[in-house]
Write a protein that binds this ligand. Structure first.
Ligand SMILES: Cc1cc2nc3c(=O)[nH]c(=O)nc-3n(C[C@H](O)[C@H](O)[C@H](O)COP(=O)(O)OP(=O)(O)OC[C@H]3O[C@@H](n4cnc5c(N)ncnc54)[C@H](O)[C@@H]3O)c2cc1C
Length: 461
């Protein structure tokens, strides 16, 4: 007989682990699914197995995940690693969650869901980004955290805290950074200024950010206000060309790591028809949530970076709050101490979101990156250029979903995760509409590729 969980979490990052600890100790039957081999999420990836040398290079914040991980592993919940969720749908008793485990699809049933699958890097569609030898900074960091793999030399390009952090970690590991191309527009510094007070409410993080930014400017060949990045080479990358204040530069390299911030992964919530909203501050779609991560669909909560990007500390608090709210539903009585703890937690979460306002404004993507032009490939799966997309948008397509039907952009294996935002920006620009009025790409299962053999061996637990 199928066993039914009270509460199922997709994701064992800080948000998922904190929620599982809270809910399982309160007596709920909890299951956590995560596609990674070990719990920890993006920030604490592989922290339980990383060597001393890896930990030294990754810095003290990496080690902060250990107590949380220990508490999670000791919690009375079921945890299934290496489980990639590819579909979620409503079920008579809640929801069915299908995950690829050991090469076959396994389905689980739960009455309530917490989507805590985190963020992905904002795609950076520059000329040549589809070439071998181009990856994201996050991918470079995953290789370092999971497998202690390092390049000999690299060019880092883009904007945002993770790029600066990786530069710092690479330098500590002895990697040659041939150049760091910072695409943060000067105007962003002015835009962020009114949020300085918010940033000052988290002085440790602010100081770390400023220090990371200054140290790279001194220690590596650093170019600021970079535009028009063009990655050149045929079978392999040979160099990066770019402009600074009207002057063209070329730097030889065989590896370029791109990064321009991270955006919430909304696809899972979208398959369940949870309402989405455009965030002007974060320049991405987000799942609309009320108190404690409750979405527009009863029984579905979203927390952590999957809801709104806020960092590990906020993710952990949001996961815990979401679980407290779910536990409250099952209890007829809630003690005063619990009520006070709930209120204190919601207050702290609001404060941290406000403090995040500085980072959000400072690292908004440069307009030339949001709306690429000419032959720059926007949809890598289907090889559709910016010019083709702009032509269709100018011809009057109703939105990105009609554009997808006309051009196949967003129809490939990545299901539009890599091009969806750029498609929206290009439609908005061509039609003079604000992004909030251009709908997000609609999502259909599978959320990640699954083959027929795996589907044929599907089992229900
Ligand atoms: C590539 C990358 C690297 C980062 N590195 C750092 C860093 O070094 N320092 C830092 O301060 N912040 C980093 N961040 C930011 C970081 O995401 C947050 O600070 C924090 O980890 C958010 O916690 P979370 O629990 O919300 O999500 P995450 O930590 O992202 O956890 C989400 C979990 O969901 C799982 N998941 C996702 N999709 C599926 C699926 N379909 N099926 C099953 N499981 C799934 C993932 O494997 C992951 O374990 C990084 C972000 C990214 C995208």
């Amino acid at each position: 007989m199928t066993q039914i969980y009270d509460y199922l979490m997709v994701g064992a990052g800080p948000a998922g682990m904190a929620a599982a600890i809270e809910a399982s100790h309160a007596g709920l039957k909890v299951l956590v699914l995560d596609q990674a081999a070990t719990a920890g999420g993006q920030i604490y990836r592989n922290v339980s197995h990383a060597s001393a040398a890896q930990q030294q290079v990754l810095g003290p914040d990496y080690g902060l995940g250990k107590p949380l991980l220990k508490a999670f592993m000791a919690a009375p919940c079921d945890y299934q690693p290496l489980a990639q969720v590819w579909n979620i749908e409503p079920h008579a008793q809640g929801f069915t969650v299908a995950a690829l485990i050991d090469g076959r699809s396994v389905s689980f049933v739960a009455s309530d869901l917490l989507i805590v699958n985190g963020a992905m890097e904002r795609p950076m569609a520059v000329a040549g980004w589809e070439k071998p030898g181009v990856m994201t900074a996050g991918a470079g960091q995953i290789l370092l955290k999971a497998s202690a793999l390092l390049p000999k030399q690299v060019v880092l390009a883009g904007s945002g805290p993770l790029l600066l952090l990786l530069a710092h970690q690479y330098r500590a590991a002895g990697v040659t950074i041939t150049a760091l191309l910072d695409t943060t527009p000067r105007s962003n510094y002015w835009r962020a200024m009114p949020w300085l007070l918010a940033g000052l409410s988290m002085p440790k993080q602010l100081f770390k950010g400023v220090w990371l930014s200054l140290v790279q400017r001194i220690r590596v060949p650093y170019f600021s206000n970079v535009t028009d990045i063009n990655i050149v080479g045929n079978a392999e990358v040979k160099a990066v060309r770019f402009m600074v204040a009207g002057k063209e530069y070329e730097v030889p390299t065989n590896l370029v790591l791109l990064h321009q911030g991270i955006v919430a992964q909304t696809q899972m919530a979208q398959t369940l028809a949870c309402k989405q909203e455009w965030s002007d501050a974060k320049q991405c779609w987000q799942t609309q949530v009320a108190e404690a991560g409750q979405t527009s669909v009863p029984g579905v909560q979203v927390a952590g970076d999957a809801g709104a990007i806020g960092g590990a500390q906020l993710a952990q608090l949001e996961g815990r709050l979401a679980a407290m709210a779910r536990v409250k539903q099952s209890c007829t009585h809630s003690s005063w101490a619990r009520k006070m703890a709930y209120l204190a937690l919601s207050w702290r979460i609001r404060q941290l979101h406000w403090a995040r306002g500085l980072v959000d404004r400072l690292y908004q993507p440069a307009p030339w990156l949001s709306t690429p032009t000419g032959t720059t490939v926007v949809c890598r799966c289907e090889q559709i250029s910016a010019a083709e997309i702009t032509d269709i948008a100018k011809a009057g397509c109703a939105g990105v979903n009609q554009l997808k039907a006309f051009s196949r952009a967003g129809m490939g294996p990545c299901q539009g995760r890599q091009c969806g935002l750029n498609l929206g920006y290009l439609v908005a620009q061509a039609q003079g509409r604000p992004m909030a009025q251009v709908e997000p790409l609609s999502v259909r299962p599978p959320l990640s590729p699954i083959n027929l053999g795996q589907l044929a061996q599907a089992i229900d637990l």
